[in-house]
Design a protein around this ligand. Structure first.
Ligand code: ADP
Ligand code: ZN
Length: 629
């Protein structure tokens, strides 16, 4: 049963934004979504990570609770994060709770009781909990009394088998629609491709829901993709030059590599921790907590890490191995800079990445059609990596979005826009490589790997080359003027475009394909970016490296920096006492704004973004004291 003549005004929603969360304005489509859902509409919300999805259900939940409609249920797969999410709501003065397996029977019972009493505005629970009979009975009783207000299904892409986060439990959520007619439902995700979106609508029966699709642009993230040489050293330089003392995430393909890279970073004096599915779950949880709670931790992780991590001040996301597709890349890089302040996405990629990803697809047990889809997605990512034009234009085009006037647009915040690469024509080199693969095959009936083929083209008399008599091949030494780096780049392109196949069953040897012919005949051009090393940063090493570095997100004078540092120290204490991450108390940007204003009175604190009524009441006196001593 549900009240249908309800009307929650735009003013009401805006008042909650200001009063509870302390934000002056809605962002992007938030307002439209909030008003639609607050008034009982179903919604599909596609918004990039950091776009501000949480408020899209939290504000309607608060508005509807205040209108007497009862509790909102937030379905989330992220049990490990519920504690902090609920803690953040408590800090803002909202009554919230979670139900999951970390609670004792008694604790869970208490939560259920307060929910039945109508004392809870937002309840977080995992999908398997929401659909179990005991919990449904509870919901039945609320529903009969008109006290079941809203279902918000977060990370809704988990319902789709197309993503790497597929969770079958999500499929059972259709019961909510069938059982609680009239209770509005919203699905939220940062995964935007058409397949996933169609899957969500169908699987969650949201065909009639209004779709709200935001721009997926993240203008504050600077995208950089570099060719791998000594990748870990490149990463180290990147961190030392640009991100000393910053929190960041480094993604690697394998568990072993995660361990090795984390160790290398630690040896270099960086506060790094490993995270992968092979670690004991307690260690994993501990590392995640430290990443969220301590300042400046670099998490080295497999893709097992990151979903739902809402730490706003992650300053960089680095990929040491290429992900599977653009969706994955975009979701992972999107974890940088949720606070809207400048952030970096850095990826190193190389020939081996192309080979590995192709092989994983070839060897997977999936059907041919599925593999074809995966190859298409991989190719799009390779296209992005090899691109010589704006990365952002390419990325957004993949999600069906056009930036500015399209292909000629320059974002001025990616490597290609800031340092346009030189382009060279690799067609001749490509033909030389392909004919060499062909000649080897003809003369010996055998295939060889990339290193050997390049040695022949470059006329190197290695032991292996001599041993196989390959100095007598007509292509021996036809490409002495090419560097190995250039040839590697050409091979990478050839493999990426399917003109060379890599046989994983036979030591990664190279083979010609149907597509090779077009290149050999000169019908296909191979355009390459000139390999450039990462441009030297103009930024000199900060003074006093080794001592604590104070970096504020806005320009502050000397006194301002002192106040900022003092506020951070105070915040760290409060966060520890409350067992919550520091950013849940106040964001860096809020502390910096306070430091800048140097408030003397309560009034001076008014209007600073991020200070809602509850926080003002709880912390204003302390903040004034810290600022003025
Ligand atoms: P998402 O879930 O879409 O990744 P979040 O809901 O975690 O994003 O929001 C990202 C950050 O932006 C959070 O720190 C949040 O407090 C902040 N935020 C969201 N909406 C606003 C707003 N209207 N004004 C200011 N900050 C906002
Ligand atoms: Zn650009």
């Amino acid at each position: 049963m549900i009240a249908t003549d309800l009307s929650i005004s735009s003013q009401t929603c805006h008042a909650i934004l200001q009063e509870v969360f302390g934000y002056p304005q809605f962002r992007g489509p938030q307002q439209a979504i909030v008003e639609h859902v607050a008034n009982g509409g179903d919604a599909l919300v596609l918004m990039p990570t950091g776009g501000g999805k949480s408020l899209c259900y939290q504000i309607p939940a608060i508005a509807r609770q205040r209108a007497g409609l009862g509790v909102s249920i937030v379905v989330s797969p992220l049990i490990a994060l519920m504690h902090d999410q609920v803690g953040a709501l408590h800090e803002a003065g909202v009554s919230a709770a979670f139900l999951n397996s970390t609670l004792s029977g008694e604790e869970a019972y208490q939560v259920e009781q307060s929910m039945l009493r109508g004392d809870i505005t937002l309840l977080y629970a995992a999908p398997e909990r929401v659909t179990n009979p005991r919990f449904l009975a509870l919901l039945d009783s609320l529903y009969e009394r008109g006290q079941l207000s809203l279902f918000a299904i977060d990370e809704a892409h988990c319902v789709s088998q197309w993503g790497h986060d597929f969770r079958p439990e999500y499929r059972a959520l259709t019961v909510l629609h069938e059982r609680y007619a009239g209770v509005p439902r919203m699905a939220l995700t940062a995964t935007a491709d058409d397949l996933t979106r169609a899957d969500i609508l169908e699987r969650l029966q949201l065909q009639d829901a209004q779709a709200f699709v935001s721009s997926f642009d993240r203008p504050n993230i600077r995208y950089t993709i570099v060719e791998k040489r000594e990748a870990v050293q490149q990463l180290l330089r990147f961190i030392e030059r640009e991100h000393e003392g910053d929190a960041g995430i480094v993604y690697c393909q394998s568990r072993k590599k995660v361990e090795d890279v984390a160790q290398t970073l630690v040896d270099a004096g960086i506060h790094a921790l490993p995270y992968h599915a092979g670690l004991d779950s307690r260690v994993r949880q501990d590392h995640q907590n430290r990443f969220l709670r301590e300042e400046g931790v670099v998490m080295v992780a497999t893709i097992a890490f990151g979903m739902g991590i809402d730490k706003p001040d992650v300053r960089f996301v680095a990929h040491l191995d290429m992900p599977k597709n653009i969706e994955g890349y975009y979701q992972e890089t999107g974890r940088a800079g949720r606070d809207g302040l400048p952030a970096y996405a850095w990826m190193g990629y190389g020939l081996q990445d192309v080979v590995n990803q192709r092989r994983m697809i070839d060897e997977s047990p999936a059907g041919e059609e599925f593999k074809q889809a995966l190859r298409g997605k991989l190719d799009a990512l390779l296209g992005l990596a090899e691109a010589t034009d704006c990365r952002r234009v390419r990325l957004l085009a993949y999600f069906g979005e056009q930036l500015g006037d399209g292909p000629t647009y320059r974002c001025q915040n990616c490597d290609n826009c800031l340092n346009p690469p030189d382009i060279w024509d690799g067609t001749d080199a490509a033909r030389k490589l392909l004919s060499t693969i062909y000649r080897i095959q003809q003369s010996s009936g055998m295939s060889f790997g990339a290193g050997h083929v390049m040695d022949i083209v470059r006329g190197k008399t290695t032991e292996k080359v001599t041993q196989h008599g390959h100095t007598t091949l007509s292509t021996f030494g036809i490409g002495t003027d090419f560097s190995e780096i250039q040839l590697r780049g050409v091979l990478r392109q050839l493999i990426a475009m399917g003109a060379v196949a890599v046989d994983a069953q036979a030591f990664n040897t190279l083979q010609l394909t149907e597509q090779s012919r077009a290149v050999l005949r000169g019908e296909v051009q191979v355009q390459l970016r000139e390999s450039v090393s990462t441009p030297a940063s103009r930024k000199s090493k900060r003074p006093g490296a080794g001592s604590a570095v104070v970096k504020a997100p806005i320009a502050l004078d000397g006194d301002g920096l002192v106040r900022y540092a003092a506020l951070k120290a105070w915040r760290a204490e409060v966060a520890r006492e409350h067992n919550l991450p520091a950013y849940v108390i106040f964001h860096d940007a809020t502390l910096a704004a306070i430091a800048k204003r140097a408030p003397q009175t309560l009034d001076d604190l008014q209007g600073i973004s991020g200070i809602g009524a509850k926080k003002l009441e709880a912390y204003a006196q302390e903040v004034l004291r810290v600022v003025n001593t």
